[in-house]
Design a binder for this molecule. Structure first.
Ligand code: MOS
Length: 754
């Protein structure tokens, strides 16, 4: 659709095309590694091949003799870095322990050094010639081997307590009429964005510029400056375009400071881009989880008890990243007796990190498969079971929901999918030679919000420039912020320019946790409202203005004009007003923390805020080969006001594709003895391709919400993956009668008798 919208009053919600689409498809969009920095040298990392022990020698003599090689950075010549804790704000380091600070090896694939050369090929070639000798020790590789050593984290996710309890779940489980009591496991997964992590570091005296692929400009600035022990004002971070991230660029990782060290060492700007292989160990990953879920119900399907325990892995140095898989279990269903707990098991791997819907992707798999098992144990329709236990308020936080149109998601999703046509008996439906199965599950993700600021300038040339140090990860931020600004200022979208991704812009929160629309969107709206007030004041005080001496209530804006609400012909272009008044731009700036408001999750927010959905999958399973094909998928979502129905649909659709991958394909395999990732490439690490993904029918139901935030939006970036893997797993059970509780559901698991 061409961006011809003349009606600037109803821009928010419109399926506006991406304003950055042309730049992206023509190659004009600049990603971190694309910046043409003068005199840049190239670094290539070499990484450990053992998972535990010490480096006894590094012989770089032959590497140094290669053409073009400038230097080799290892622990022997790297300067000391300062430790940054996992609680650091703003900016969260992905790991507290840093490589190149000693001879210790703590995981396979850890940095041992980088070769810096004139060209990438020269650096790569020389890195292969560095000879390393080790004194290896026996590593702990599998989470199963760390179960004796687990510990309770101080918190999980964004600061929630690691445990919860209401009522007396154990007593209720003991007297259960019907019970499900099972263990569910999810594997290690890697984010695999198209754009690998990359940093170009350039020093100018004591000032450092980083062109860096990140979800958090201000976080990089804060953490890298602290690691280096320099004031954060000395560091500038630039990243206008991000080629996918999904969480692996949401924390700050060692390459971002190693690039700075390398640039210092050679006295030139240095570019360090991770290889696809290095992306598996040099940034975080989704940790393996072992989840135990117990559900008890009365014969009529009323839940009487729920227990959910999750043990996930972390690094051997016990950094606290706890995949918060139990979180939705605390609030998703009405139930008087609930307990949940999280533990961590340390292994010789890097610290795990957030990955698209951290906790909710893995946790809804366990909970929503367990709910399906309960539905079968009770012989009740799985949707009916969920409706019988529908939570009208958040019983964990003891608060009302700001809005909850989940009933409409179940109803409209079921209708679109044709749920009522399914014969609930397992193995009862066939299509040709294939077994046919239908499964459903609930989707849910919290609505996060974090302090963000924005500034806007309305200029005499008739353009509005919006500035905020947020990011467009492919999510549509440029477009949705354009819509918010254009509608608020009454400007055609083509006259609004949004600038993102530079630490000289007003501070914005991490572009993670599905919070950019709510956080940055609210800031952009507030900044534009301030500019609008200033604009009206100026018009009110200008005798030449057609709205001279009229109250701000009587003045309206639209299509780039300022005019009288009651008599729209009485008006003029906003640009004319500014030109006549000396041409100085009119500015609006929102504060980092809007007065009288608190970001979600902090302080005494009176409402519990979550987005919702219902996922429906149809699969075909080959009865002899165990091959699973997802043949249809329907997702119905409720996320309050939708800023742009086109980009939002893209987000939830992408989430569902992730859910299909999680259900059937994705798994990072570690060699159980050596601890190396054996499938660290996109040929062996399977992600769903077009042939694996059917047409996805996803849509949003109406969900007005006056309480959630000033803009009235919830996030959609992570919602779509939640419940999606469970819907597929439940469909596989319906098709085959085989309950696979261990992801991914591969052929061998369906063929093996169990
Ligand atoms: Mo998302 S995993 O918070 O980038």
């Amino acid at each position: 659709m061409p961006n011809t919208a003349q009606d600037t009053e109803h821009l928010i919600g419109k399926p506006l095309d991406r304003v950055d689409g042309r730049d992206k498809v023509t190659g004009h969009a600049r990603y971190a590694a694309d910046f043409p920095v003068k005199g840049v040298a190239h670094a290539y990392a070499f990484i450990s091949t053992i998972a535990s022990g010490r480096v006894t020698s590094i012989d770089a003599a032959e590497a140094m003799r290669q053409p073009g090689v400038l230097s080799v950075l290892t622990h022997e010549n790297a300067r000391k870095l300062y430790r940054v804790s996992m609680e650091h704000q703003p900016g969260r380091p992905g790991q507290t322990w840093l490589p190149l600070q000693g001879d210790e090896v703590r995981y396979a694939g850890q940095y041992l050094g980088v070769v810096i050369a004139e060209t990438l090929a020269q650096a790569q070639h020389a890195a292969g010639l560095v000879k390393i000798k080790y004194d290896p020790q026996t590593p702990v590789i599998r989470l199963e081997d760390a179960l004796e050593n687990t510990f309770e984290p101080k918190k999980m996710g964004r600061g929630d307590p690691p445990k919860s309890k209401r009522g007396d779940p154990d007593a209720a489980l003991a007297r259960a009429q019907v019970k499900v009591d099972q263990t569910y496991t999810t594997p290690i997964e890697n984010h695999n964005p198209m754009e690998m992590s990359a940093t170009i570091a350039a020093w100018e005296d004591d000032r450092l510029t980083l062109y860096d692929a990140t979800q958090w400009i201000y976080g990089v600035r804060a953490v890298v400056s602290t690691w280096l022990g320099i004031p954060s004002e000395k560091v500038r971070v630039i990243d206008p375009f991000v080629g996918g991230a999904f969480g692996c660029k949401g924390s700050i990782w060692p390459h971002e400071v190693i690039a700075a060290l390398a640039a210092k060492l050679v006295g030139r700007p240095v570019k360090l881009m991770l290889s696809r292989q290095q992306m598996f160990t040099c940034v975080g990953y989704r940790p393996k989880t072992i989840q135990h879920v117990a559900l008890a119900a009365d014969r009529d399907g009323t839940l009487t008890a729920m227990a959910h325990d999750c043990t996930s892995q972390t690094s051997i140095w016990r950094d606290e990243f706890a995949e918060p898989a139990t979180k939705q279990t605390r609030m998703l269903y009405r139930c008087p007796n609930v307990r949940t707990a999280q533990r961590l098991g340390p292994v010789n791997a890097n610290t795990p990190t957030q990955m698209r819907a951290p906790g909710h992707a893995t946790g809804t798999f366990a909970l929503e498969v367990a709910m399906d098992e309960l539905a079968y144990a009770l012989d009740v329709n799985p949707i009916e079971l969920r409706l019988r236990n529908y939570a009208e308020r958040d019983e964990d936080e003891n608060k009302p929901f700001s809005s909850k149109a989940l009933r409409a998601c179940y109803a409209q999703g079921a209708e679109r999918f044709g749920w009522s046509k399914r014969n609930p008996k397992p193995m009862s439906m066939r299509d040709g030679g294939w077994l046919l199965g239908c499964g459903m599950a609930t989707a849910t993700y919290p609505t996060n919000r974090q302090e963000s600021a924005a500034a806007v300038q309305v200029r005499a040339d008739g353009r509005a420039i919006v500035r905020t140090a947020s990011h467009d990860l492919g999510t549509g931020t440029y477009t949705t912020m354009t819509q918010i600004a254009a509608q608020t200022l009454g400007f055609p979208p083509g006259q609004v320019k949004v600038e993102l991704g530079d630490s000289t812009l007003p501070e914005a929160a991490v572009a993670g946790g599905s919070q950019t629309s709510a956080s940055v969107g609210s800031a952009v709206q507030a900044a534009c409202e301030k500019a609008l007030s200033a604009l009206k004041e100026r018009a009110n005080a200008d005798p030449k203005s057609p709205v001279f001496e009229r109250t701000s209530k009587a003045i309206a804006v639209g299509n780039g004009r300022i005019f009288l609400k009651d008599d729209p012909a009485k008006g003029e272009p906003i640009a004319t007003l500014i030109q006549r008044n000396g041409g100085r731009p009119i500015e609006g700036k929102s504060d980092l923390v809007p007065p009288g408001e608190r970001p979600t999750g902090e302080g005494d927010d009176p409402y519990s805020k979550h987005a919702w959905g219902a996922q429906f999958a149809e699969v075909r399973v080959h009865p002899r080969l165990g091959e699973v094909r997802v043949s249809r998928f329907v997702g119905a979502f409720a996320a309050a006001r939708i800023l742009n129905v086109k980009t939002a649909r893209s987000q939830v659709m992408g989430g569902i594709v992730w859910g299909i991958g999680m259900a059937l394909h994705e798994e990072t395999v570690y060699d159980p003895n050596r601890g190396k990732v054996v499938n660290d490439n996109l040929a062996d690490y399977l992600v769903p391709v077009n042939a694996d993904v059917p047409t996805i029918d996803c849509f949003f139901v109406e969900e007005p919400d006056e309480h959630v935030n000033p803009l009235g939006v919830k996030g959609v970036g992570e919602l779509g993956v939640t419940g999606a893997a469970a819907a597929v797993a439940n469909a596989v059970y319906h098709a085959t009668g085989q309950r696979i509780r261990d992801l991914p559901i591969t052929l061998d698991k369906l063929l093996l008798p169990r």
